[in-house]
Design a protein around this ligand. Structure first.
Ligand code: PGA
Length: 250
């Protein structure tokens, strides 16, 4: 696990976008795993800017998103499908048939989840997975306590996650209770992973992640066993770690 400290959200987004763009150029038919939430939005903006300026082509790129809320209509402005369209997909030359998110709109959800796991396998696996991290250490929607062996499935959101995501909904109670999420073992099969973190709210979890042994209580800790993980985090997110440990370098 490699730790990179950057000054702020803009620099984090710049570096993450550079990793994606390099891969797209090196491997124009790559499979890229994408995340939603506040953290990667700036990365997507840079990808769109780069596409407009430099015409980096996504014609043969395939994408698989980490997760989708269960029971929301795809055109609901809270769905991750909508988020991805708004932030990225509507603005670059990805082919619609190469864009994948879990269906999760209507039952049978378990079958959708199984199909999604199979789809990722059929695509040949993920070349680069972009991850955020929850304040509780979740990756995707794999909440603390999820077995590391988990595959893509229907998961229940932790109350703290619903609380954290309530800012995107009109009412707190509107936040879905379940999602379909890539499993932890699914994420771990990605060839390369970048995990992005920004802001003071992520400082405690990054400190805990740095210090902890691998434990299912902190889902992101399994990434310590992955051969190619880079954490790109800004100064605010790393403040506690640096205060206690002095440096992000061991
Ligand atoms: P955020 O979410 O980017 O909105 O902070 C991260 C996550 O929950 O994984």
């Amino acid at each position: 696990m490699r730790w990179i400290e950057v000054d702020n959200y803009e620099q984090m987004s710049e570096q993450a976008a550079a990793v994606v763009i390099n891969l797209v150029k090196e491997k124009p038919e790559a499979v890229i795993g994408l995340a939603t939430g506040g953290t990667p939005a700036g990365t997507y903006k840079r990808l769109v800017d780069d596409y407009k300026q430099n015409t980096t082509s996504y014609e043969n790129i395939k994408t698989v998103n980490l997760d989708e809320y269960v029971g929301l209509e795809k055109n609901s402005d809270q769905s991750y499908t909508y988020y991805m369209d708004q932030h990225l997909f509507d603005h670059i030359n990805l082919k619609r048939e190469n864009i994948h998110l879990p269906k999760a709109e209507t039952p049978p959800y378990e079958q959708d989840a199984k199909d999604y796991e199979q789809l990722i396998e059929d695509l040949g696996g993920v070349d680069l997975q972009v991850l955020g991290i929850g304040e509780n250490g979740h990756i995707g929607f794999n909440e603390p306590g999820t077995p590391f062996s988990s595959k893509t499935g229907v998961v229940e959101l932790d109350p703290s996650t619903r609380e954290a995501n309530a800012r995107y909904f009109e009412n707190k109670d509107d936040v879905p209770t379940h999602a379909i999420s890539m499993g932890i073992s699914t994420i771990m099969k990605s060839k390369k992973i970048i995990l992005l973190a920004s802001g003071a709210k992520k400082a405690p979890i990054l400190y805990n992640l740095f210090k902890t042994d691998v434990t299912e209580d902190i889902p992101a800790s399994i990434l310590k066993e992955h051969p190619d993980v880079t954490i790109i985090a800004d100064s605010e997110a790393l403040a506690l770690l640096k205060e206690k440990e002095g440096s992000v370098n061991r």
